[in-house]
Design a protein around this ligand. Structure first.
Ligand SMILES: *[C@@H]1O[C@H](CO)[C@@H](O)[C@H](O)[C@H]1NC(C)=O
Ligand SMILES: *[C@@H]1O[C@H](CO)[C@@H](O)[C@H](O)[C@H]1NC(C)=O
Ligand SMILES: *[C@@H]1O[C@H](CO)[C@@H](O)[C@H](O)[C@H]1NC(C)=O
Length: 365
C-alpha cells in the first residue's frame, strides 16, 4: 500500500459520495428540465434555467451575423422599442431586425405581434409570401385578453409565447443557476401583505377580485394601483419589498401564464408571492416548490389568511421561502429587444423545414 496515498476505502467512499451528490443534483435539475416537441421539431430545453447570464458581459466573442433578416411587422403596441445585439444577449449569431416593410420580399421571417393585428385581418401582410419566408406569431398576453380569430389559422409557421409548448418559448422570467451558492439577504420587512393591481374588473369577470373581497375580511391587504394608493413605476419595487407577502394574482388562468406579477413584483422585490393562476403543478414547472404560496393549498381565503399570519410569526419559516435563492437567481424578462433575439435564435435552432399552423386559434385558448 502506498503510504502517501489515501487508503482505498476512503477513495471509494469519496467516489460513492460524489456519485450520490451528482445524482441528487441531477434529480434537482431534472425537475426543471422540460422537453418541448411540436410538429416533428423536437428539442430539449431548460426553459427556465439558464446557467449563466451573457448580458452585460462585454467580452463575448462576436459570432458574426446569422445572415437572417427579421421584419418586425409592427412595433409592439406602436412603441418604437430598442433592438439588442443577439450575440451579446443570447450568445448566438446576430440577426438583422428592421421594421421597414420594404424589406418584406427579402426578409427570412416576419415577426407579428399579435395584439397589433388580431382585430383586423387587413393588418396582416397582404402581398404574396416569398418562398421559404417564415411568419412568427408572437403574443406575450394570454388568449382571454387578446383571442386568436380564425382568420389567423393557416398563416403562421412558428409560435412564440409564454407557453412552454411554443416553438419559441418566451416566458416572463426564468431562473439562472449561480456559479456558487450565495447568501440571500431578505429585504427589511415592516408590512404584511400587498397587492398592486391596475386592471380592476368586477368580481364576476375576475375571480381574483372575488377572492380578494373575501380575503380582506380576514387579513389586512394594502392595495396599490389605479383607484387605490398610487404607485409610480420607480416606487414599485422599493414599496413592495417592505412587504412579507405579495398577491401575485393573474388576471386570468391559463397554463404557463405566470406573469411579471411573480417575476418582477414579487421576486425582484424580494417578497413571497401568493399566487393565483394555473395549478400548483404548473407553477412548479417554472418555480421551486418552496418559493411561493398557492391559493389552492387552502380550502378558503380564511385559511390562507391564518397561514400567512402563522408564517409571519416565525422568522425561520419565513426565511424558508428564500432558501432556493442561495443557488438560483430569478430574472425578469429583459426587454422587447431581448425577446426579438429569442426569435432570432429560434429561427437558427429550428430546422427551416415546412411547418404550418392550421389551428392557431384552437391552440391558443
Ligand atoms: C455585437 O456584439 C459583438 C460582441 O460584443 C460585437 O463584436 C459586434 O460588433 C456587435 N454587433 C453590432 C452590429 O453592433
Ligand atoms: C418555526 O418554524 C420552524 C421551521 O418550520 C419550526 O421548526 C419551529 O418549530 C417553528 N417555531 C415555532 C415557535 O413555532
Ligand atoms: C408557412 O406557412 C404557410 C401557411 O400555412 C405555408 O404556405 C408555407 O409554406 C409555410 N412555410 C414554411 C417555410 O413552412
Amino acid at each position: 500500500m502506498d503510504p502517501t496515498g489515501p487508503p482505498r476505502k476512503t477513495v471509494w467512499q469519496k467516489a460513492l459520495l460524489f456519485l450520490l451528490l451528482q445524482l441528487a443534483i441531477a434529480a434537482i435539475l431534472f425537475t426543471y428540465v422540460r422537453t418541448g416537441s411540436k410538429a416533428g421539431a423536437s428539442f430539449s430545453v431548460f426553459p427556465m434555467l439558464v446557467s449563466r447570464s451573457l448580458s452585460g458581459n462585454r467580452s463575448v466573442p462576436y459570432l458574426g451575423s446569422s445572415g437572417l433578416t427579421i421584419l418586425l411587422w409592427t412595433w409592439p403596441y406602436g412603441i418604437h422599442v430598442g433592438i439588442e445585439n443577439c450575440t451579446e444577449v443570447l450568445g448566438v449569431p446576430d440577426c438583422h431586425f428592421t421594421a421597414d416593410r420594404s424589406w418584406y420580399q427579402k426578409a427570412d421571417a416576419v415577426l407579428v405581434h399579435h395584439h397589433d393585428v388580431y382585430l383586423n385581418a387587413a393588418k396582416l401582410p397582404q402581398q404574396p409570401r416569398p418562398a421559404g419566408q417564415r411568419w412568427i406569431w408572437y403574443s406575450p398576453e394570454p388568449p382571454s385578453k387578446h383571442p386568436v380569430p380564425t382568420f389567423m389559422d393557416n398563416l403562421f409557421n412558428l409560435t412564440m409565447s409564454y407557453r412552454r409548448d411554443s416553438d419559441i418559448y418566451a416566458p416572463y422570467g426564468w431562473l439562472e443557476l449561480l456559479d456558487q451558492p450565495q447568501e440571500f439577504t431578505i429585504p427589511a420587512k415592516s408590512k404584511l401583505l400587498a397587492w398592486a393591481v391596475s386592471n380592476w374588473k368586477p368580481s364576476y369577470v375576475q375571480p381574483r377580485i372575488k377572492y380578494y373581497e373575501e380575503l380582506k375580511k380576514h387579513i389586512q391587504v394594502d392595495v396599490y394601483g389605479r383607484g387605490h394608493v398610487a404607485l409610480p413605476g420607480n416606487r414599485l419595487l422599493p414599496t413592495l419589498s417592505q412587504y412579507k407577502f405579495y398577491l401575485a394574482f393573474e388576471n386570468s388562468q391559463h397554463d404557463d401564464y405566470i406573469s411579471e406579477k411573480v417575476w418582477r413584483n414579487a421576486f425582484m422585490a424580494g417578497t413571497v408571492p401568493v399566487v393565483m393562476g394555473p395549478s400548483r403543478k404548473n407553477y412548479e414547472r417554472c418555480l421551486p416548490p418552496g418559493s411561493f404560496i398557492h391559493i389552492d393549498d387552502f380550502p378558503s381565503p380564511r385559511e390562507l389568511a391564518d397561514f400567512l399570519r402563522e408564517v409571519d410569526g416565525n422568522a425561520t419559516r419565513y426565511a424558508g421561502y428564500f432558501q432556493w435563492r442561495s443557488w438560483l437567481k430569478p430574472v425578469h424578462y429583459k426587454s422587447w429587444g431581448y425577446q426579438f433575439c429569442k426569435a432570432c435564435r429560434g429561427l437558427q435552432r429550428l430546422p427551416s423545414m415546412y411547418q404550418a399552423l392550421p389551428e392557431l386559434s384552437k391552440w391558443f385558448k
